[in-house]
Design a protein around this ligand. Structure first.
Ligand SMILES: Cc1ncc(COP(=O)(O)O)c(C=O)c1O
Length: 391
């Protein structure tokens, strides 16, 4: 049988997922309806948060979280440069400025020391956006202390299923004000496109609910200027400038079926990661970031990261990626640091020298195939190809 091409990540869809989607298609609601509410309740229960607000994608979730936090023109938000561009873009959508900072070597994310230094230079900072890179949320309690009361919007797009060092689930918001998730196909669960914000703050939840639906409030108890209007069931008020960022019932039904499998999918990720760690951990010129046993156990394990000394191997990264692709193995680089992107480079004061850990990490970064439906044979096949590359 021909080996399928292995991407660095891939959705896991089974008959239960398909049946859940078909059920919605045969029902009364396609766009936001009862399945969205059920998904929100299930997600909030799963992560131990009071509220979950489902939206169209993770980027929309970040945007709304920044708006709900009150970010506006003149404000500053701190975010690590080693992330997908969406994290850094979200404050800009609100007219605020994103202050990009470097990352720590252990978690490949924001650290308390880095945050304290950024806040010393920019005390006016209003929000902090840590990224739980590849699913690891380590250092979150120290970050919360260092943020000194500023709003923390955790970009947990990689980290559903992960836990904090003190054992609480990512998404519980015990070390942040809002947690943002993405349900893109490569993420821990998928709704095709999709995202959510979780929070324990009822006022933030209300703002998020209104903003995802054009800024429209439907609860008469919350209307302003009620006396002027004829009361009636059609009444609604636009109270803010919002968006159509709604999730559909089709997506939410898929999300519910996926949530049921989150533990099983995470268990398979743990198995594969342990196998990779054992087989690739001792190879020369490869370092496995975040591979300490305790970190592996806490992480949502979104990506399997290698850090390769390509210069020592005498091969360039593009050459290595081509060699692997020719063997049916897809790889990716997570991420080009945001400060290198032309759009951001032209807007920030810093130079690459200001982000030494991110730059060093970027030079050797390579994510290899890692998703729950990989067979043992596919995992072994990937190990063999990586070994051939470096030996
Ligand atoms: C760290 C991070 N933040 C934000 C996003 C944006 O999520 P989405 O693709 O659902 O808009 C992603 C996903 O691509 C991500 O990896």
């Amino acid at each position: 049988m021909k080996q399928r091409f292995l991407g660095y990540g891939r959705q896991t869809i089974d008959d239960a997922d398909i049946a859940a989607v078909v059920d919605v298609l045969r029902g009364d609601f396609l766009t936001q309806g009862p399945a969205v509410e059920r998904f929100e309740t299930a997600l909030a229960d799963r992560v131990g948060a009071k509220h979950a607000i489902a939206v169209a994608n993770g980027t929309a979730a970040l945007h709304l979280a920044c708006l709900a936090a009150g970010l506006k023109a003149g404000d500053v938000a701190v975010a690590p440069t080693m992330t997908f561009v969406a994290t850094a873009n979200a404050p800009l959508y609100c007219g605020a400025r994103t202050e990009l900072v470097d990352i720590g070597r252990h978690n490949l994310g924001l650290t308390a020391d880095i945050l304290r230094a950024a806040l010393a230079s920019h005390p006016e900072t209003k929000a902090v956006l840590p990224v739980y890179f590849a699913g690891l949320a380590d250092g979150a309690a120290e970050l919360a202390a260092a943020a000194d009361g500023r709003t923390i919007i955790a970009d947990a797009c990689h980290a559903l299923g992960g836990v904090y060092e003190d054992g609480g689930p990512v998404g519980s918001c015990q070390h942040c004000d809002m947690s943002v998730f993405s349900f893109h196909p490569v993420k821990p669960i998928t709704t095709a496109e999709g995202g959510a914000v979780t929070t324990n703050d009822s006022e933030l939840a209300r703002r998020l609910q209104i903003l995802r639906n054009h800024g429209i409030e439907r609860d008469p108890a919350r209307f302003v200027d009620q006396a002027d209007d004829e009361a009636g069931p059609w009444q609604h008020q636009q109270q803010a400038l919002g968006f159509n960022y709604r999730m559909t019932d089709i997506q939410a039904a898929l999300g519910l079926a996926q949530l049921d499998k989150l533990d099983a999918m995470l268990a398979r990720r743990r198995q594969i990661a342990a196998y990779y760690d054992a087989r690739l951990g001792n190879l020369e010129n490869i370092v496995l970031p975040q591979s300490e046993l305790a970190a592996r156990a806490r992480s949502g394990l979104h990506l399997y990261l290698l850090h390769i000394d390509f210069a020592a191997l005498g091969i360039t990264r593009p050459e290595a990626m081509t060699q692997l692709r020719d063997r049916g193995i897809g790889t990716q680089v997570h991420y080009i640091p945001v400060h290198r992107q032309p759009f951001h480079r032209d807007r920030i004061a810093g130079t690459p020298g200001d982000f030494p850990v991110s730059e060093q990490y970027y030079r050797g970064a390579l994510s290899i195939p890692f998703f729950p439906s990989m067979t043992d044979h596919e995992v072994e096949f990937t190990v063999a190809a990586i070994k051939d590359l470096v030996q």
